[in-house]
Design a protein around this ligand. Structure first.
Ligand code: GLY
Length: 404
C-alpha cells in the first residue's frame, strides 16, 4: 500500500476540480523523501547543538530554523509515530530502525507524573510501535505510563488533572486536549485486565462531556474545578480567541476523543457526542470551503486569520474512523476526503522545503504569537494517520488497526 494510492481512492470518491494527474503529481513529492530530509536536518541540529536532551522535531521558528524538543515536551512522540507510519506503509527496515531509535528516546516519559501529556507522548510512539511489532518492552512502557497518568486522576472532579503550571490562575485545570490521553488508558486496561484505567477514562470522558461543551457543541478550552468539592469554578481559554470562542484544535481533539471513546466502550452517548461535534465543525458558517479551519472558529478577522492545518488533519483522521460507526458515513468520508485532498494539494511543503516537514500553515498558539502559520509535527502525524485510515477503509479493513 502507498499514500499515492490513497489519494487515487479519494479522487474516485469525489468530484474534483483538479485532474487526477495533477494531484498525483503533487503527491509524488512523497512523505518518505520529506521525512528522510527531516532526519538529516535533525542530525545536523544535534551535531551543532550538542544538547543530548533534544530528541524530536516540533516546528520551524519564524526564521525557518528547525526546533527540536526534549522528551518532556508534549509533542515528542509524534515524530516516532510518523516513522512507525512510514514503516507500516512501506515495510522498509530503514524506517523500522529509525522508528525504534526515536521511540526509545521518549521512554523516560513513562515515569513522568507532572503532566497529562504522557498519553500523547507514549501512545503515538510506543503505542504504534507495539501495534506493529508486538514488542513486549513497548507493552510494559504503555502500562507503566498508564500508572503514571492515573496518579493525576482526582475522584472529586472525576477528571485527570491537565497542568501543574498556571496554579496562580487555576485550582484543577482540565483542558479539552486531555481527551486524547484516554486512548492509552483504554489500551492499558485491555493489556492488563485492570479495569481501573478504563474507569478513569470513562469518568474523565463523562465529566468533560458535561462541563466542556456549550449547547451548540462548541468547546471550552480550559475548565477549572475545585479539587476538593469537584465543582466547576470557571471556564476559560488558553490558546483560543476568547473564553466563549471555540478554538479549532480543541474542537478537533474533542471529535477524535469521543470517536475513540465510542470505539472502546460502545456507549452510544459518545457516538452521539462525536456526531454532534462533527456537525458543529462541518456546518459551521465560518468553516472555509476547503474545510481547513481558521485557528479559532470565532477569530475576529476571519477571513484574514491564519488557518490551523493541524486541526484539519486531526479532524480528517477522526472522521474516517467515525464514518465506520455512524449513519452519516458518506458525509464523513466525503468531508475527510476533501480535507486530505486540499492538504495535499494546497498546504503541502514542496519537496526539499520546510526542512522536511510535510504540511505548512498550522497554528500552535495565536494568543501568544507562538507557532503561527508554521509546520507542526502533529499536523504531519495526523495527516499520515488519515491517509492510512483512508487506505484501510478502501480495502474494507478496520480503520483502526489491530487493537492493542
Ligand atoms: N495540547 C496542546 C495543543 O493542542 O496545542
Amino acid at each position: 500500500m502507498n499514500f499515492k494510492k490513497v489519494i487515487l481512492i479519494s479522487l474516485m470518491a469525489l468530484p474534483f476540480s483538479c485532474s487526477n494527474d495533477c494531484l498525483i503529481d503533487k503527491v509524488s513529492h512523497d512523505a518518505e523523501d520529506q521525512v528522510s530530509h527531516l532526519l538529516k536536518e535533525i542530525k545536523e541540529v544535534k551535531e551543532d547543538d550538542k544538547n543530548l536532551l533534544l530528541v524530536s522535531p516540533r516546528t520551524l521558528d519564524y526564521d525557518g530554523n528547525l526546533e527540536l524538543v526534549a522528551s518532556r515536551d508534549w509533542t515528542s512522540g509524534f515524530f516516532p509515530g510518523i516513522l512507525w507510519f512510514l514503516y507500516e506503509n512501506t515495510g522498509k527496515a530503514e524506517w523500522l530502525n529509525s522508528a525504534k531509535e526515536f521511540t526509545l528516546n521518549i521512554e523516560p516519559e513513562k515515569l513522568n507524573t507532572t503532566t497529562h501529556d504522557v498519553g500523547f507522548k507514549i501512545y503515538c510512539s510506543f503505542g504504534n510501535g507495539f501495534r506493529l511489532t508486538n514488542d513486549k518492552h513497548y507493552r510494559e512502557v504503555i502500562i507503566e505510563t498508564a500508572h503514571s497518568l492515573s496518579k493525576r486522576f482526582n475522584p472529586a472532579t472525576g477528571c485527570i488533572l491537565s497542568w501543574d503550571h498556571s496554579r496562580d490562575k487555576y485550582a484543577h485545570p482540565v483542558i479539552i486536549d486531555n481527551m486524547m490521553n484516554l486512548e492509552l488508558l483504554f489500551a492499558a486496561s485491555r493489556l492488563t485486565g485492570d479495569p481501573s484505567f478504563y474507569e478513569i477514562a470513562v469518568s474523565h470522558a463523562n465529566a468533560t462531556m458535561k462541563n466542556h461543551f456549550r449547547p451548540d457543541f462548541g468547546t471550552y478550552h480550559v475548565v477549572d474545578y475545585d479539587s476538593i468539592t469537584g465543582q466547576v469554578l470557571k471556564k476559560k481559554t488558553h490558546q483560543g480567541y476568547s473564553d466563549e470562542s471555540t478554538w479549532s484544535r480543541g474542537e478537533a481533539w474533542a471529535l477524535y476523543g469521543y470517536t475513540f471513546c465510542y470505539r472502546e466502550t460502545k456507549d452510544t452517548n459518545y457516538l452521539k457526542q462525536a456526531e454532534n461535534i462533527a456537525s458543529f465543525i462541518l456546518n459551521h458558517p465560518r468553516l472555509p470551503k476547503d474545510l481547513i479551519p481558521y485557528w479559532d472558529f470565532d477569530a475576529p478577522e476571519i477571513p484574514n486569520e491564519p488557518r490551523d492545518v493541524s486541526a484539519a488533519a486531526i479532524i480528517s483522521s477522526a472522521l474516517y474512523e467515525l464514518s465506520t460507526y455512524s449513519e452519516n458515513k458518506d458525509r464523513y468520508i466525503e468531508s475527510a476526503n476533501i480535507i486530505v485532498e486540499k492538504l495535499t494539494q494546497d498546504y503541502r511543503a514542496k519537496k526539499g522545503d520546510a526542512r522536511g516537514f510535510l504540511l505548512l500553515h498550522s497554528t500552535g498558539s495565536k494568543p501568544s504569537n507562538k507557532e503561527v502559520d508554521v509546520p507542526l509535527i502533529y499536523a504531519d502525524y495526523y495527516y499520515l494517520e488519515a491517509l492510512l485510515r483512508a487506505e484501510k477503509l478502501h480495502e474494507g479493513k478496520p480503520v483502526v488497526f489491530a487493537k492493542l
